[in-house]
Design a protein around this ligand. Structure first.
Ligand SMILES: Cc1cc2nc3c(=O)[nH]c(=O)nc-3n(C[C@H](O)[C@H](O)[C@H](O)COP(=O)(O)OP(=O)(O)OC[C@H]3O[C@@H](n4cnc5c(N)ncnc54)[C@H](O)[C@@H]3O)c2cc1C
Length: 433
């Protein structure tokens, strides 16, 4: 008999999302030897959406998650559903990757948020989904030029986008600090842990197998197939998907050495009093401004303000984050007088030097989409559909994200959290814009 996910399985981060998400689907640890078409390592939105899309097409998929569904970035993030990259606008992507691959990537990004909300609707996922749009407000007048350019490039590619003036974005956000904004209509926000767990429920409902408390310990080729072992079982499959993103460990050492991991904090206030809540983000959108040192804002269903920050110095961060964030909240929403925080948690973001995500082929029939650079919710969900296409024979270099050779950068990845110090430079640039 299979053992229930035991108490030794790491708990979720103590987040707002863990406190408010509906229960996850019941899952157990892997205690047997299984055969499948595809074995997927990692139970975040990428791995789970991949399993769901495959199961919907009759492809047998097994997910092995070391901890719990949504344990990694998928359960800890801000829950912004964003159809763009943080760095990399359409024309630059086309210039970098060429006409076909570049435009394919742009279309993939453009459609990723809509695909996410459609999937939520199709499977009736209870995750507080709000598709009122995502805005990128200009923190300086000079940033409007960048946003106009961005708007032009996306609207030429049929994205549902518009430019807002200072009054319009001020009315949506309830703050006068911004000078205008780029607005993407298909964006929005969710409880991200509820989304990950809901995708797991849907995938299981469609016939996928999801095991928690089941870390992949070894990956090997055996008789032309992939064999993945866990502490109490193994899965043999034609194809392998590694969906571990910023939580990639030593399983495939070269992969971990392609990334820099940044610790990002998320916080929420207590529920705002009704009179204050009515003036803070009355448009109920998600928003992340033009600063390189990100200022993300949204509310949850109980009218808490949810925001986040990265600290440049990776020391004593738990203690330093509260006053830092309270000051930032006050800068944008001075009407919030009670800036005590109800929830504070953090997660790892997988970054690359050029801040672009990519796909690596890591062996015959083995693939990993990785390094979403802090924008992996919509992209991860959308990657699930791409990987189902791949399992049906679509070549890896025809997917929505560009296929690249693994280029380990041991020095860079060894920097670890100290790479956060780059923020000092970002803040200088933000002040000069
Ligand atoms: C604080 C924070 C805020 C963010 N905000 C946003 C946002 O607002 N919008 C947005 O789009 N993106 C955001 N991101 C990024 C986003 O969360 C990630 O890009 C996305 O969740 C990646 O999903 P994933 O499924 O690929 O990886 P993850 O969700 O990280 O899942 C990887 C999983 O692999 C498991 N794993 C690792 N090794 C093994 C192993 N050997 N065996 C089995 N399992 C293993 C881990 O336990 C983990 O659950 C944020 C990230 C963080 C950390």
């Amino acid at each position: 008999m299979a053992a229930a996910a035991s108490k030794t399985v790491p708990a979720h981060a103590p987040s707002l999302w863990a406190a408010t998400a509906p229960p996850p689907p019941p899952t157990t640890g892997l205690q047997e030897s299984l055969q499948a078409d595809v074995v997927i390592i990692g139970g975040g939105v990428t791995g789970l959406s991949t399993a769901l899309h495959m199961a919907e097409r009759g492809i047998s998929a097994v997910v092995l998650e070391a901890a719990r569904t949504g344990f990694g970035g998928s359960g800890r993030n801000s829950g912004h559903i964003i159809p763009t990259l943080a760095a990399g606008d359409p024309d630059a992507l086309v210039a970098k990757f060429g006409g076909d691959a570049g435009e394919r990537m742009v279309a993939f990004l453009r459609d990723s948020a809509a695909l996410t909300f459609e999937l939520i609707k199709r499977h009736n996922i209870d995750c507080d989904a709000v598709q009122n749009g995502w805005a990128q407000p200009a923190h300086r007048p000079s940033r409007m030029k960048l946003l106009e350019k961005r708007y032009g490039e996306w609207s030429r590619r049929q994205a549902r986008t518009e430019m807002l003036d200072a009054g319009q974005i001020g009315a949506l956000l309830g703050t006068g600090v911004y000078h205008g904004a780029l607005f993407m209509h298909t964006g929005g926000h969710v409880n991200p842990l509820a989304l990950a767990q809901g995708i797991a429920t849907a995938a299981i409902g469609q016939g996928a197998k999801v095991f928690t408390g089941s870390p992949a310990l070894t990956v090997a080729r055996d008789g032309g197939k992939w064999r993945v072992t866990t502490p109490s079982g193994q899965v043999t499959a034609e194809r392998l998907v590694v969906a571990t993103n910023a939580y990639t460990g030593a399983l495939i050492p070269a992969l971990a050495r392609t990334l820099v991991r940044i610790i990002n904090y998320q916080v929420s206030t207590h529920p705002l009093p009704d009179a204050v809540a009515a003036t803070v983000m009355p448009g109920d959108i998600a928003s992340s401004d033009t600063q390189r040192d990100l200022y993300p804002f949204r509310k949850d269903r109980a009218q808490r303000l949810v925001t986040g920050a990265t600290l440049a110095l990776p020391l004593n961060m738990d203690a330093r984050i509260r006053p830092w964030i309270a000051e930032r909240i006050g800068n944008v929403f001075p009407q919030i007088e009670d800036r005590r925080l109800e929830y504070v948690w953090n997660g790892r973001i997988a970054m690359t030097p050029n801040r672009l995500p990519r796909v690596h082929e890591i062996g015959p029939g083995a693939i990993t989409p990785i390094a979403y650079n802090g924008r992996g919710m919509a992209m991860g969900v959308a990657m699930g559909r791409e990987l189902a296409d791949w399992a049906e024979g679509k070549p890896a270099d025809a997917l929505g994200l560009p296929k690249m050779e693994i280029q380990p950068r041991p020095l860079l990845s060894a920097l670890g959290g100290w790479a956060q110090a780059a923020l000092v430079r970002y803040r200088q640039l933000d002040r000069r814009d």
